[in-house]
Write a protein that binds this ligand. Structure first.
Ligand SMILES: [Zn+2]
Ligand SMILES: [Zn+2]
Length: 552
């Protein structure tokens, strides 16, 4: 699952079997680094041990062995009596080599283990020496880049140990804590173990503990598209206008586009990588796939190009002739989202229809994030396929917040559900609030703000209408009656003035809407209703209507 899902929902209290493990130093007989981990499954992927260069470490003797441990952590980490032999800084330990806990496994063959410096190491928990497994943790992986460490990735997409891990191969990642602890105990490397309660990331859908897995992904090389995409971006009219700069800024700095995802459902990426010689083919159409197919076409025929059916098809490698299957990955959802101007307009099946509708006059979406997601994806694909924009105008807008301008959250208790708002504040009030909002800035929403809209605009509008309806009824006014069609010259000055104001308003609203500027249109309508119609025209005319009442 994505990092975003972990951050927002996913930590829970969990109890895991944590272990203290001794790593034998190669250059000092009987001496060990003492490390602690709450994830024993990562032990097989260990390649380094990290210390804080500034922290004090002590060297202690216990029984026939000696251990290095942070001075501050010694009391809580060690069990029983110990004799302090000396004290060093973390920096003094950096670079020393040790024997890995699973060096006997084929997967760890030839891997050099050593002590590295890391500013994030603390002595509050554990031993002040952190076991580093770049193939099993995100921060560990980043450290491997900086320190040029080997990477051992132990599990497959189902969380099962792959070949090369001895007795562990074939076991599920969540059932190896005890086997690993016992293995280390047999080798004399387990110092002690204990149940440990901590906050741990879990799957918000099913509650399973999450583990980190290192994977290869597929990317589109964006450099050849960078300049053409900028050109297309400039051909679009952006509302608000700063959108163009934001998009161009992203295009100037974008990296290659990661398009793959380790999922089952989704767009089946038509990439075929030969296992024999490494040649990669990308299939461009169903027809091309049929022509290239050497197996499985019958099984696929008649189905949409998704898993599992499309995966039955194999093609022949264009280099070596071996049969090749599709890669397992599906497309990142933004890849799907960006192809909308083609997929929904029958690009593949009815090019005349597509030509009639492409490009769209207008697209609209809330902008935070979209300059590098949806807008980006649409621009990338329309540039690659046609060299021109998929839309002429984009109207985007900021976010909705609560009345104080803070993010709404269910957990924070400030979320307002749409149905409740529609019921309590009224949908016309909400529509008007949205229509008059400046799209550049966040829209604050809540009972006081909607009440202002009701009092300041909706009520004057309603009262004006009610005033008209009341007297029109009394006078039996019929707008279709030719007698009601009074020429302008015969009208009062005030009538001619309000009709003139109305036509000015129509012109302004039309210009605003043609320019995709709804808040300007809404504010013009507000001003007309409150000032010209209600405050001036109706107030100045009351007597006429009273008179007409007595005339009737
Ligand atoms: Zn799950
Ligand atoms: Zn090949």
């Amino acid at each position: 699952i994505s990092e975003h899902e972990i951050v927002t929902e996913g930590y829970q209290d969990r109890t895991h079997y944590s272990i203290f493990v001794a790593f034998p130093l190669l250059d000092e007989e009987g001496a060990h680094l003492l490390i602690w981990t709450t994830t024993p499954w990562t032990m097989v992927a260990n390649v380094a041990a990290a210390v804080h260069p500034e922290i004090d470490y002590i060297h202690v003797r216990q029984g026939g062995k000696t251990y290095y441990v942070a001075k501050e952590a010694a009391k809580s980490a060690l069990r029983g009596e110990y004799e302090v032999l000396g004290e060093v800084k973390g920096a003094d330990l950096v670079g020393r080599r040790y024997r890995g806990p699973f060096d006997e496994l084929p997967a760890a063959a030839g891997v050099e283990h050593r002590v590295i410096p890391w500013e994030d190491v603390g002595a509050e928990e554990g031993t002040g020496i952190v076991h580093i497994a770049p193939g099993a943790g995100k921060e560990d992986f980043q450290l491997s880049r900086v320190n040029d460490l080997a990477v051992i990735a132990p599990i497959d997409e189902f969380g099962v140990y792959i070949d090369g891990f001895g007795d562990l191969s074939g076991l599920y990642v969540h059932e190896v804590a005890m086997p690993i602890a016992n293995n280390l105990k047999d080798k004399g490397l387990l110092y002690r173990g204990e149940q440990y309660k901590h906050r741990y990331p879990v799957c918000w859908r099913c509650g399973t503990d999450l583990v980190f897995r290192l994977v290869d992904e597929w990317f589109i090389s964006m450099d050849p598209l960078r300049e053409p995409m900028k050109e297309v971006t400039r051909q679009v009219t952006w509302y608000p206008s700063f959108g163009e700069d934001r998009e161009l800024d992203w295009l100037a700095h974008m990296d290659d586009w990661m398009i793959s995802k380790k999922r089952y459902w989704g767009l089946a990426l038509p990439i075929y990588e030969c296992q024999a010689c490494g040649t990669v083919d990308v299939i461009g159409s169903k027809e091309e796939l049929r022509e290239r197919a050497v197996a499985g076409w019958e099984e696929f025929d008649g189905h949409s190009p998704h898993r599992p059916y499309v995966d039955a098809v194999q093609i022949a490698c264009r280099a070596c002739g071996e049969p090749v299957s599709r890669i397992r990955d599906v497309g990142n959802p933004w890849l799907d989202a960006g192809i909308v101007a083609f997929s929904t307009l029958k690009y593949r099946h009815d090019r005349d229809y597509w030509n009639e509708w492409y490009p769209a006059d207008l697209i609209s979406e809330s902008f935070p994030g979209q300059f590098r997601n949806w807008f980006y994806s649409v621009i990338a694909q329309s540039t690659a396929l046609t060299g021109r924009p998929a839309f002429r105008n984009v109207f985007s807008y900021a976010l909705m917040r609560d009345e104080k301008g803070e993010e709404m959250h269910k957990s924070k208790g400030n979320a307002i559900w749409f149905d409740d708002a529609a019921e309590e504040y009224g949908v016309d009030v909400m529509r008007w609030l949205f229509a008059r909002a400046n799209p550049d800035s966040n829209l604050n929403f809540g009972p006081h703000i909607t009440d202002d809209v009701r009092r300041q605009f909706i009520l004057p509008l309603w009262n004006s209408y009610a005033f008209f309806a009341t007297y029109a009824e009394i006078d039996r006014f019929d707008p279709m009656d030719p007698a009601a069609q009074i020429p302008l010259v015969n009208r009062t000055l005030l009538d001619r003035w309000i009709i003139s104001q109305l036509h000015l308003l129509i012109a302004e609203v039309r210009a605003a809407l043609d320019g995709y500027d709804p808040d300007r249109a809404a504010k013009a309508i507000e001003r007309f209703t409150i000032e010209e119609l209600s405050n001036w025209y109706i107030r100045r005319n009351r007597r006429r209507f009273w008179k007409s009442e007595s005339d009737a």
